[in-house]
Design a binder for this molecule. Structure first.
Ligand code: T4K
Length: 396
């Protein structure tokens, strides 16, 4: 509890947390199980190139995600790259700017030009109405992002993409285990791409998968991912090494066994934040949209400066000084990030909602290293910051 200004670490007081509190999920399997899995790999002397653990993981993912094909890849960035390439996309691809830069980087690497659009200010998701307004000539695909453990309106996007003859790819990097109102993420659009980065709820430390019910598309992606197209040459010219190793697959399998526990743990933390921040002036907790079950991968709040008494950036500094490593994703938005601001300058001043969110949104710690007690303490810090906003503003 910070009773007066000098209690805050920013003003010289004692830090609330001695160990840093991170936004990432950072799940790691129990040591004994990890050790046993590693022994198996070493005994088999088979470390990569689509070994038994990668094959088991893909089968388990197909079962869990209720999709015909789950093609594992080195990370979601390469997953998006392979999906775009295997779909033979040309021209431009429509996507939100309020997301991680990977989707746009993958597009440019495949020779596509990204067309950036805004998002809904309430849900932070892209909508078909926004997409319609942003549509330009020569767009061949749309890549909505299922953000923050919520989803876009999937059937509405399906209809919209069909009506314009566009390929629909979902960036579901945040969406593993999410139940949308249409069912579990994994089988929607032409393809969905998940991330298994260490900060994601389904971690392989690094990794990801491309999911599709289209067998032919999956086969093209498999061939492009492995062996440089040597084994099964196809008409696709470009190939790349985007394989997952056996060690990564072992971690992913152990985490998949615990996915329901991970989600339950996140949910308890999320609900603690919800109660702690309820009715606090100038703070809005963003609820996951269009879902019957979120994975609560992120806790996202918006700060309204006048009501809260300080800017999002000052609150970020207050928390950071206390050992709370809150993040400001996705500041500054892809359209204002290098090199996209120079490559596509016409979007720089064109996305007011994205610009506003980039200045007001903050992600709070959640995941395996967090507890409901920590969430209560972080909630209390934010309430105390509001109570002492007049004094803290001098540190802005
Ligand atoms: N689409 C979307 C919508 C995405 O959000 C992402 C990635 C992608 C596509 C592409 O997925 P991948 O190609 O990465 O599979 C992170 C992650 O690197 C990235 O995966 C993620 N989204 C993005 C939103 O965040 P950073 O650089 O901001 O986070 P980082 O690595 O600093 O980690 C966050 C916190 O966790 C830090 O405070 C430190 C802590 N941490 C992190 C790692 C990796 C640890 O304590 N230990 C660790 O091992 O990008």
């Amino acid at each position: 509890m910070k009773n007066c200004l000098s209690d805050f670490a920013l003003a010289g007081g004692t830090r609330e947390f001695s160990a840093e509190q991170h936004v990432g999920q950072l799940y790691f399997p129990e040591w004994a199980q990890y050790e046993a899995a590693m022994r198996g790999i070493i005994d088999r002397q088979y470390y990569t190139n689509h070994g038994p653990l990668v094959r088991e993981l893909e089968a388990r993912l197909e079962d869990f995600l209720r999709v015909k094909n789950a093609v594992t890849v080195t990370n979601a960035t390469l997953g998006l790259y392979l999906a775009y390439l295997a779909l033979g996309l040309e021209g431009k691809i429509l996507m939100p700017s309020f997301t991680f830069i990977a989707a746009a980087q993958a597009a440019v690497l495949t020779g596509l030009d990204p067309v950036f659009c805004d998002v809904d200010p309430g849900t932070h998701q892209m909508t078909p109405a926004i997409a319609e307004q942003a549509l330009e000539s020569n767009v061949s695909a749309v890549c909505p992002v299922n953000l923050w453990g919520g989803t876009v309106d999937i059937p509405a996007f399906d209809d919209w993409a069909r009506s314009h003859g566009l390929s629909l790819i979902f960036d579901s990097a945040h969406g593993f285990g999410v139940e949308s109102t249409e069912g579990r993420l994994g089988r929607f659009g032409r393809a969905e791409v998940f991330s298994f980065h260490a900060t994601k709820i389904m971690s392989a430390t690094e990794g990801g998968c491309v999911c599709t019910d289209d067998d032919e598309l999956a086969e093209r992606i498999r061939n492009m991912r492995s062996n440089y197209g040597i084994r099964r040459p196809t008409s696709v010219r470009l190939t790349v090494n985007a394989r997952l190793s056996e060690a990564q697959a072992a971690i992913a399998l152990l985490n998949l066994d615990r996915i329901d526990q991970h989600i339950a743990c996140n949910r308890a933390i999320f609900e603690t934040y919800r109660s702690a921040l309820e009715a606090l002036p100038g703070v809005r907790l963003v609820e996951p949209s269009n879902v019957s079950r979120s994975n609560y991968q992120y806790v996202v709040i918006e700060i309204a400066e006048e009501l809260f008494g300080m800017s999002r950036d000052l609150l970020w500094s207050v928390l950071r000084a206390e050992g709370v490593r809150a993040r400001r994703y996705f500041k500054p938005g892809i359209h204002r990030s290098v090199p996209f601001d120079r490559m596509y300058p016409h979007y720089v001043e064109a996305l007011p909602v994205t610009d506003a969110l980039c200045n007001t949104v903050l992600q709070l710690p959640i995941g395996a290293l967090g507890t409901t007690e920590d969430a209560e303490r972080i909630g209390a810090l934010i309430r105390d910051a509001h109570a002492h906003a007049d004094g803290l503003r001098a540190y802005g």
